[in-house]
Ligand binder design. Structure first.
Ligand code: SF4
Length: 238
């Protein structure tokens, strides 16, 4: 298991001010910059990943290090792969506790966008490391619960693969299969010929976090599914 706890992190404040629609709101910009300074001083994003060999057992069933995963999309994505990388990335408990301490509703919203940026830094870092170590062009990920085809209870076998690694980077999984800190993702990462996004198979057209267009023909031809909307509807996709 590789643990990453020295992840480069900074905030693109000019872009965030645009994304958060704060432009020309000088008081809000000042408050946001103050929050960003607090966050920079505390932020400690972390990640871990393992290298495993997937075995396709049957249609929809993949076994990884003795754990069974059931998903047609996952099985098809791993069909040509001799390696899979179970991975966990988080903004870190330090920043999450800082976010939770905010009482002003606007500050809570801005703080969440900052913890999400720290998570993004952690995801970028583990993907960059995997690409470099294994000379992979595209690293794609799938997260349990992001599609009905791969439901949230599949967090359990995934967390068993992490062993005590989750605890070592400050991540816990509750009985509803949700993780703490909130800005955390668990996933299986794999090499793909082109970048795969779960969003390509998700028909949640209202989602503001969409990263790729819905592709109905991909759903039908490659993945042989009629529909697979989001299971929880707010999955982080990187
Ligand atoms: S980020 Fe949005 S569009 Fe993408 S899979 Fe999740 S819910 Fe669907």
């Amino acid at each position: 298991m590789t643990i990453l706890d020295n992840i480069p992190f900074d905030l693109d404040l000019d872009q965030m001010i645009i994304d958060l629609r704060l432009a020309n709101r000088n008081r809000h910009i000042r408050e946001f910059r103050e929050l960003a300074d607090e966050a920079r001083a505390l932020a400690w994003p972390k990640a871990l990943y393992l290298e495993q060999e997937p075995t396709i057992i049957a249609d929809k069933i993949v076994r990884i290090a003795g754990e069974t995963f059931e998903s047609q999309v996952l099985q098809i994505n791993l069909a040509q792969s001799d390696k899979v990388f179970p991975a966990l990335a988080t903004c870190g408990r330090e920043l999450d506790e800082w976010r939770a301490s905010k009482t002003n509703i606007l500050h809570q919203f801005w703080a969440k966008s900052i913890t999400d940026s720290a998570l993004e830094a952690a995801v970028t870092d583990f993907k960059r490391k995997i690409k470099k170590e294994h000379k992979i062009k595209f690293v794609s990920i799938m997260t349990p619960g992001s599609l009905m085809d791969w439901p949230l209870p599949q967090q359990e076998p995934l967390f068993r693969l992490f062993g005590d690694g989750a605890q070592r980077i400050g991540v816990t999984l509750n009985e509803s299969f949700l993780m703490s800190p909130e800005s955390t993702i668990s996933c299986l990462a794999f090499s793909s010929e082109t970048h795969f996004y779960t969003c390509q198979l998700c028909s949640n057209f209202d989602c503001r976090r969409r990263q790729a267009d819905f592709d109905k023909s991909l759903l039908k031809t490659k993945y042989r599914l009629v529909t697979t909307g989001p299971q929880i509807g707010s999955g982080y996709q990187a």
